[in-house]
Design a binder for this molecule. Structure first.
Ligand code: GTP
Ligand code: MG
Length: 588
């Protein structure tokens, strides 16, 4: 991203040293394959630059302290700093917390640690300083195998080996492992059915599905581990998470979208002196930005495939509109997509994050609609004609802008509130919007979550999809510029439709499900919660009943039966009337 003012997240200082050390190791063993493009002192120089960048942002931090909310810039900064001081350890043996911590703290203070399960038990350990990480890595041994050779790339993914049986104990003496996957739907339905109101159900669903603090830390750590390999080529790069991992709408199990940010290199323009000598880097040129993006991702993709432990199933999808490298990071269980030169998506992430923070109802409604759409197969993790989660989120935001009074401002209003420091153009697109949230006037809408959910279904059950488009920049439907069944204007690349892939059949299904769910919600509201008898679970009601695909099918069948019964009744009534009106043959 070239001109985002908020993207300068500092690279922590000693990480540069560690990276340099790891590069030196690589050079020693396999110099010809992966040569270090920069000298050790170049790395140290880049550390100085990053510390300076860190000092530049106090104004924003002060504003945040005042309103008590973190900007996405701060979330990124903190997340990356923590991740750069962390290691990921596979704990095959059952170690006790006490012994494990004692062993780790020989290298320095442990700030935080937690365990999680993903094809085995892993521990994320965050030290108070990067020196501790360097010291721990210094002690780690390189494995040797009898019939196989190791690829000499040292990462911060380690395996804990236990030499004595006394170190292995029962898991009870260890902190509980965190779950990193979302709750199975049946369990979620049961949990929601126990709630007394639909509002409570929507809040409970959000709490059950959203990313945990630990899961977000793990995502930042995966980015940091990948940065170590990208740094081999691009010493000033950063890898940042974007999309639902950080926009506030991420569900446990969602993919990890990553952005390789080379702004540190591209934006480096030393002041040219008025007289005397000056130096310029000699650099290769390419005929287009797209080709540069493709070759960078191709090289990084190969490195991830060949050298980074735990990364499997690497696929280079370089011909896509937004080229990417996809892979699975096995130790975290995360499906990862790495892109570069994708600044607009970073700004969309920032915008969604801002909307989610403006009013708590935004996130609850988005989580509810996303979960509803997922169980009813309107969205899918497989590419196809589905409505994407991103499109669905924009549909919810648009609906909230259309309430009276509106719950969230339009993007144009957010742009009008922007200060001079917020000016931002990415790849020729105006991505300016306000960063000081205190300038956004409070809204006076008092609708409940239950009302909003019902109104959302009604709104889209009757929306003129055939002629109108959804536009969160204006906050008003606009005439469609082309004939795609569903037209959702891309908030920043305004000539693009984010839902171009959606076909008529899927859109019709969405509309029908909105109608049916609105009806079902009305019924549930009238009936209220149906308490379970002792020992049995309460019957699904309210939102819980919307999350059961069978419930919708059952409702359809009931409707059909009812219309059949009504039809039959009308038929027999007409027949009886006809027979009454017939002159009595016998009497004639
Ligand atoms: P999940 O389904 O939970 O992964 O949601 P997501 O928001 O992360 O969506 P996805 O992984 O598909 O895309 C990641 C991010 O890329 C989104 O949050 C957007 O910021 C951006 N994005 C996705 N689709 C589009 C699109 O069609 N156009 C544009 N401009 N940006 C998109
Ligand atoms: Mg995603």
């Amino acid at each position: 991203m070239r001109s985002s003012p908020s993207s300068g997240v500092p690279m922590a200082s000693t990480m540069g040293i560690m990276t340099a050390i790891s590069r030196l190791h690589m050079r020693g063993r396999r110099g010809s394959l992966l040569t270090c493009p920069h000298k050790f002192d170049t790395c140290l120089q880049s550390i100085g630059t990053d510390v300076a960048a860190e000092v530049q942002a106090p104004g924003k931090d002060e504003a945040e302290a005042k309103n008590g909310r973190k900007s996405l810039h701060t979330v990124h900064k903190e997340g990356q700093e923590q991740a750069d001081r962390s290691v990921l350890i596979s704990c095959q043996g059952r170690t006790t917390d006490k012994k494990f911590l004692k062993y780790l703290s020989r290298h320095g203070d442990v700030q935080k640690y937690f365990y999680y399960e993903s094809f085995g038990t892993y521990a994320v350990v965050e030290f108070a300083s990067q020196e501790s990480v360097a010291s721990l890595l210094e002690e780690a041994a390189v494995p040797s195998f009898v019939h196989e050779a190791v690829l000499p790339f040292k990462s911060r993914l380690l395996s804990l080996k236990s030499l004595s049986v006394s170190d292995l104990q029962s898991p009870q003496s260890r902190q509980r492992s965190q779950t990193q996957t979302s709750m199975p739907i049946n369990e979620l339905v049961q949990r929601l059915s126990r709630e007394e109101t639909i509002d409570r159900q929507m809040t409970a669903l959000t709490e059950a599905c959203q990313l945990t603090e630990e899961n977000v830390r793990l995502r930042f750590l995966v980015c940091s581990l990948l940065k170590d390999i990208a740094n081999v080529f691009f010493s000033e790069c950063a890898i940042r998470p974007f999309g639902s991992s950080v926009n506030g709408f991420g569900k446990l199990g969602c993919d990890l979208d990553m952005f390789l940010d080379l702004n540190g290199i591209n934006g480096h323009n030393a002041k040219t002196p008025k007289s005397g000598f000056s130096l310029e880097y000699q650099m290769k040129q390419s005929s287009s930005e797209r080709l540069v993006t493709q070759s960078i991702l191709s090289v990084i993709g190969t490195c991830v495939d060949q050298f980074v432990p735990g990364c499997v199933g690497v696929q280079k999808i370089l011909k896509a509109r937004c080229p990417l490298v996809g892979f699975t990071h096995q130790p975290s269980g995360l499906q990862c997509d790495l892109t570069t030169n994708n600044g607009v998506a970073m700004k969309s992430t920032e915008l969604l994050y801002l909307y989610g923070e403006l009013d708590p109802r935004v996130r609850c409604l988005v989580f509810t609609v996303r979960s509803w759409a997922r169980t009813l197969n309107i969205t899918s993790s497989i590419p196809g004609a589905w409505i994407s989660n991103f499109s669905l989120t924009i549909m919810v935001l648009f609906f909230l802008q259309r309430r009276s009074p509106p719950i969230i401002p339009t993007l144009d209003q957010l742009r009008d509130l922007a200060g001079p420091g917020d000016e931002c153009t990415v790849e020729g697109h105006d991505c300016t919007f306000v960063s000081d949230w205190s300038k956004i006037p409070p809204q006076s809408n008092t609708e409940t979550l239950e009302q909003l959910l019902g109104e959302f279904f009604d709104f889209y059950a009757t929306f003129s999809f055939s002629t109108m488009s959804i536009n969160i920049r204006k906050g008003k439907e606009q005439h469609k510029p082309e004939t795609s069944p569903l037209y959702i204007q891309n908030p920043f690349e305004t000539s693009l439709n984010v839902s171009k892939n959606v076909n008529v059949t899927l859109l019709q299904r969405f509309v029908t499900l909105c109608q049916e769910s609105s009806w079902l919600l009305q019924q549930s509201k009238t009936n209220g919660p149906i308490g379970g008898t002792k020992g049995s679970s309460p019957a699904p009601w309210g939102l819980a009943s919307l999350l059961l695909p069978s419930q919708v099918a059952r409702m359809k069948a009931r409707k059909k039966r009812r219309s059949e019964t009504t039809g039959a009744r009308v038929k027999s009534l007409i027949e009886s009337l006809n027979s009454k009106n017939q002159p009595n043959k016998s009497s004639s």
